[in-house]
Design a binder for this molecule. Structure first.
Ligand SMILES: *Cc1c(COP(=O)(O)O)cnc(C)c1O
Ligand code: SF4
Length: 349
């Protein structure tokens, strides 16, 4: 067993395991985990100082996961958009390929919380082959987003074989891996894994950090290993109430990501996933945070704020309103709130 596999094996998955660390109600916890599993590996557990801190909230079950009456099981209609079990095909030129049902930590706010870590998400060689066949038969698919669960929890040889099979499809130009392990179990990013990934360029990796306290020396080392293998790194962040829904936290996080060579990609408005309503923030709070980013920090540190429209309608960018008037010429506000104009060609300057 590799070191990361030993850590994963030692994860807290029950109330009694967690009770050794935090004063939790094990009865409540076990009611929640009967529906939505818990897994907190020793690395991530070690970063949680208090069960209600921003990392504890992401990892430790809450009774409100069972009492949410607002949200829905499959908010992005991924089941309707799934032509074959492990593929979600929403956009013409790219698909999601769900190759793993395991994660190094089960995030309480996960959009696929009805599936990850449960028997409802069954992944077999036969289904993987059906997914590959679908991609082969649809040459308009230029990019495959390998996701799950977390694809990097698969053993090295499985990852190698899967990427080789994707690379053998000539119409697949870009492989993008979606993985939270650089944040939740960075020791999974071994030199051996980086050497495997490096064989399949152009390969991009998008990870997922939600709080500056997740940017540790271990996470930085994992990202360095990937970046040194020539893999461009991006990160998505989910805006979560009580975790990161304030300008100072988001600014600090975005700057810290750039320092570990990760380009902030998306900042997501939380999906309408059943069991996660207590994490949702008002849309206007996210837009206000974006106003505090544009112009105030390096453009490279600014993600796109987006919501994934209910019913599988796609990601919608949400931008503060800088255009004040657009008639003959443009009247707009700059990042400091000053009104400016830009004449169109032919108009007086
Ligand atoms: C988010 C998503 C993508 C990727 O969208 P990008 O804007 O390219 O990051 C692709 N397919 C599905 C089904 C998605 O939900
Ligand atoms: S790592 Fe991603 S897929 Fe896994 S539980 Fe967290 S949000 Fe969901």
């Amino acid at each position: 067993m590799e070191d990361w596999q030993k850590l994963l094996h030692a994860s807290a998955t029950t109330g009694s395991a967690l009770q050794a660390h935090f004063p939790i109600d094990t009865t409540v916890l076990e009611r929640v985990t009967a529906v939505y599993p818990m897994r907190i590996n020793p690395y991530y557990l070690g970063l949680i100082r208090d069960q209600d801190d921003p990392l504890g909230k992401q990892a430790i079950p809450d009774i409100r996961e069972l009492t949410d009456t607002v949200c829905v099981a499959d908010p992005l209609a991924e089941e309707r958009l799934s032509p074959t079990p492990l593929i979600v095909h929403k956009y013409p030129d790219r698909v999601l390929f769900l190759v793993s049902n395991q994660c190094a930590m089960y995030c309480r706010f996960c959009t696929r919380k009805r599936l990850v870590g449960t028997a409802a998400m069954r992944i077999t060689d036969d289904l993987l082959h059906q997914g590959l066949d679908y991609i082969r038969r649809h040459p308009t698919i230029r990019e495959v987003l390998v996701s799950g669960g977390d694809p990097l929890l698969l053993p090295d040889d499985r990852i190698d074989a899967l990427l080789a099979a994707l690379r053998a499809i000539p119409t697949v130009e870009i492989i993008r891996i979606g993985s939270r392990v650089p944040c939740t179990l960075p020791m999974r990013i071994t030199d051996r894994l980086a050497a495997i990934l490096k064989k399949y360029h152009p390969l991009y990796l998008n990870t997922h950090f939600n709080h500056p306290a997740e940017i540790t020396a271990e996470a930085a080392a994992a990202c360095t290993r990937l970046a040194d293998a020539g893999i461009p790194l991006g990160s998505q962040t989910v805006l979560l109430r009580g975790v990161n829904d304030d300008l100072a936290t988001i600014r600090t996080l975005m700057r810290a990501l750039l320092r570990i060579r990760v380009k902030p990609y998306y900042l997501f408005q939380a999906d309408l996933t059943r069991g996660t309503d207590h994490f949702r923030t008002p849309v206007r709070a996210g837009i206000a945070i974006m106003r505090g980013l544009y112009g105030h920090l390096s453009g490279m540190a600014v993600p796109t704020f987006a919501l994934d429209a209910p019913g599988g309608k796609g990601k919608i960018p949400l931008t503060p309103q800088y255009i004040l008037q657009h008639g003959d010429g443009l009247v707009f506000a700059n990042y400091r709130g000053e009104t400016c104009t830009y004449p169109e060609s032919g108009d007086p300057c």
